[in-house]
Write a protein that binds this ligand. Structure first.
Ligand code: SF4
Length: 371
């Protein structure tokens, strides 16, 4: 059985790791491209959110390459994610595709059900083997996020522009061919070493920008038009409030075990948004506040067109921005997003926060010198 799954940034590395460790044949869907989006847009309902369209494109491309089983995450809550898998299943069936779909729901107080579904994909591996491979894959996801975070720090300071991006392209072309958690961990370690040795201008002043928003748009570079890379090239160090390992550890594992401590997030969002609105809407508001407290210079809020939770977050973010004095820019992404206009907005935002920072420093200098 050749198993595939949706492409979402670096999540393929953890998915590959867990499945390959359990002896499953994996077909990593090709990275999202214009064709993936066109396929999804053609077959999905017009007002469906962008991630659903891209998932459809991923599946069609993977099925063309011989995939037989699709693994998809399920869920419930106030947004449309809860019926994503069913809609996708029906679209593919209407197209006459031959496949089996396994929907993995977050374990609601019962991890056994989740583990059983994985065992179904893996041809009856026992619970201990499944849990052990999930543990190793989580470790791989953490290492991968550490590597990404290192790139975000080094890129704006690199002496020769493009070095980090070139190394990461090389990394991904090798990661797709590398099998199993052990080898993937070694490969990630090797690239962490190489990126930490990239020549940098240590004293260079860089801006710090936090990225919040809907998980798919934050993580998938095709959708966010490689925002981390672009901001890095513009001299800004980024941080993403949501990463693959954060989602796996907090939303999948800790929530299943009722151990996800949300007190800090709830406290930060409380004056503006007091309840769960689905997806990561409440976290987008909370993390904007937390980025300000951590001294960030600005926040970029990403959401797909028609994303319900993030529309709610968007409506309160101007108030957060005003109250905390932190610039926030919202970028709505859909199939019509054009790179040139997007780049112009990023450049303008970076210019704005750079100017704001310079003015603040000048003002503080004057106060200190008594002018
Ligand atoms: S969070 Fe937004 S983009 Fe994701 S499924 Fe829900 S409505 Fe769609």
């Amino acid at each position: 059985m050749l198993v595939t799954f949706p492409h979402m940034g670096n999540a393929y590395i953890a998915m590959k790791s867990v499945l390959e460790d359990l002896g499953v044949e994996v077909l990593v869907p090709p990275p999202c491209t214009k064709r993936t989006l066109e396929l999804g847009t053609k077959h999905a309902p017009e007002l469906a959110c962008l991630p659903l369209k891209l998932n459809i494109g991923n599946y069609i491309e993977a099925l063309e390459m011989g995939a037989e089983v699709i693994v998809m995450a399920g869920g419930c809550g106030p947004c449309r994610f809860g019926y994503y898998a069913e809609v996708q299943r029906e679209i593919l069936q209407d197209l006459g595709c031959n496949f089996k779909m396994v929907v993995l729901e977050r374990p609601q107080g019962n991890a056994r059900d989740f583990v059983k579904k994985i065992a179904m994909i893996t041809g009856g591996k026992n619970i201990l083997q499944v849990l052990a491979s999930i543990k190793r894959a989580t470790r791989v996801a953490v290492l991968m996020d550490e590597l990404e975070s290192l790139c975000w720090q080094v890129r704006p300071r690199e002496k020769r522009e493009g070095t980090v991006s070139r190394l990461m392209r090389e990394f991904h072309s090798q990661a797709v061919k590398t099998r199993g958690s052990g080898k993937l961990a070694i490969l990630i370690g090797e690239y962490k070493n190489r990126i930490s040795r990239v020549e940098t201008e240590e004293k260079k002043e860089v801006l710090r920008i936090g990225i919040v928003g809907e998980i798919y748009t934050v993580i998938e570079p095709f959708v966010n038009v490689s925002i981390a890379e672009k901001l890095g090239d513009l001299g800004a160090e980024v941080d993403k409030s949501i990463t693959v390992s954060y989602w796996v550890i907090n939303h999948l594992i800790k929530e299943a075990l009722h151990m996800h401590d949300k007190r800090e997030l709830r406290e930060a969002s409380y004056p503006y948004l007091r309840s769960f609105v689905g997806g990561h809407g409440q976290e987008s508001v909370a993390n904007t506040v937390l980025y300000k407290r951590r001294g960030y210079d600005g926040v970029i809020h990403l959401l797909p067109f028609t994303c319900m939770p993030e529309i709610v977050a968007r409506s309160v973010l101007p108030e957060v921005s005003h109250r905390y004095g932190i610039p926030v820019m919202t970028l709505v992404l859909d199939e019509m997003t054009g790179e040139a206009g997007y780049m112009t907005r990023l450049e303008a935002f970076v210019d704005l926060i750079r100017r704001k920072k310079e003015m603040k420093e000048l003002y503080e200098e004057r106060i200190l010198s008594g002018d």
